[in-house]
Design a binder for this molecule. Structure first.
Ligand code: COI
Length: 350
């Protein structure tokens, strides 16, 4: 794929001090168009900036869009991406579910690599820091009728990022037992904005009750654990690592998959199976709910110290970050930063 590059004439100041997540952006962005009959065309990198859309652009009305989250790291003067081909593959799964045209996986990885290389001096140093990469597809027909768009944009933006919730700071999670995120046959397994729009009311309730995110139960029986706001969820119960088995309403997390691999490598038993909220309440009562943690690209590992369910707090383990959560975080981030052996071949040099 040929990518035209127009470099910025006025590079921005890089953020100083604590980076936070997702509020500052690098100097450039990647854009490519799709037009029915012509396919994907005009791959280009241009200075980062606001874009002009018709107010009728279909994504603004019906949310036909998909996105990904990836990270780039700096290590010994080299730059690495973590499992980028998995994002390219998942992106095409999400696109197929939302009728967005397929995008060639090698071109996807090439676009990310080219943009990150150009803005590589934005990749922050530091243990909890990385360059967060947000590739996304949007439908762009200027048409207010409900229809499958004939034109799309593929855009990639980059944000220097620190820890999402603060490094390994345990968070409280509210179990949402009224609203649901996804149902059988819905878009739960696709990474599409509508799933997140549907989550805001539950997030607001969680925050009102002092929690960081909401944990979703299944949409039919309101009984099985699915996932948490921005992450997949794991529990350590009686020494075993347990996580909900994937189904069509759970996002197939790349970090989730990496953590399962690492847990098995540590010699831990991992069970991917249905988990009910009652099982967690019982385990907490018996003192066997030892740890809980979320996994995701943005959060990496986010220890959970409390589940708030039906106005009661269930304290997990000692209420502090657990030893397995900490070991997984240290191991995964060391692999990502090139400080530990990459024995699973996850890091791709740019
Ligand atoms: C990610 O972890 O990359 C996500 O996409 C979650 C989120 C920030 C929406």
């Amino acid at each position: 794929m040929k990518i035209n590059i127009t470099k910025t004439q006025s590079p921005k100041e890089k953020p100083q001090g604590s980076l936070g997540f997702g509020r500052s952006f690098t100097d450039h962005m990647f854009i490519m168009n799709y037009t029915e009959g012509q396919g994907w065309h005009d791959a280009r990198i241009v200075p980062y900036g606001n874009m002009e859309f018709s107010p009728a652009s279909s994504v603004l009305h019906y949310g036909q869009e998909t996105f990904e989250g990836m990270k780039a790291y700096r290590s010994n003067g080299k730059y690495y991406l973590f499992r980028p081909e998995e994002n390219a593959k998942r992106s095409n799964y999400s696109n197929a579910r939302t009728c967005i045209p397929e995008f060639p996986e090698e071109d996807y990885v090439q676009a990310v690599k080219t943009l990150v290389k150009l803005d590589a001096d934005w990749i922050p140093e530091g243990k909890d820091s990385s360059l967060y990469i947000r590739p996304f597809f949007i439908a762009n027909d200027p048409f207010v009728g409900v229809a499958i768009s004939k034109t799309y944009l593929f855009i990639i933006i980059l944000c220097p990022a620190g820890a999402y919730f603060g490094s390994l700071n345990p968070v409280g999670i509210r179990v949402e037992d009224e609203y649901v995120r996804a149902v059988r046959g819905g878009t739960g397994r696709a990474k599409t904005g509508g799933n997140y729009a549907a989550s805001m009311a539950a997030l607001a309730r969680a925050q009102e009750e002092g929690c960081a995110q909401a944990m979703w139960l299944d949409g039919i029986e309101r009984k099985y654990i699915e996932e948490v706001g921005t992450m997949n969820i794991f529990f350590k119960i009686d020494g075993k690592i347990v996580t909900p088995a994937l189904n069509e309403s759970i996002l197939s997390g790349i970090t989730r998959d990496s953590i399962i691999t690492l847990c098995k490598d540590f010699g831990l038993t991992v069970e991917e199976r249905p988990i009910t909220i009652d099982e967690l309440v019982d385990a907490a009562g018996r003192g066997t709910l030892q740890e809980a943690f979320g996994t995701g690209t943005a959060v990496v590992i986010s220890p959970v110290n409390k589940l708030r369910y039906k106005n009661k707090d269930i304290i997990i383990g000692t209420g502090e970050t657990g030893e397995t959560s900490r070991k997984l975080y240290e191991t995964l981030t060391a692999i990502q930063r090139g400080e530990a052996e990459d024995k699973f071949g996850w890091c791709v040099e740019i």
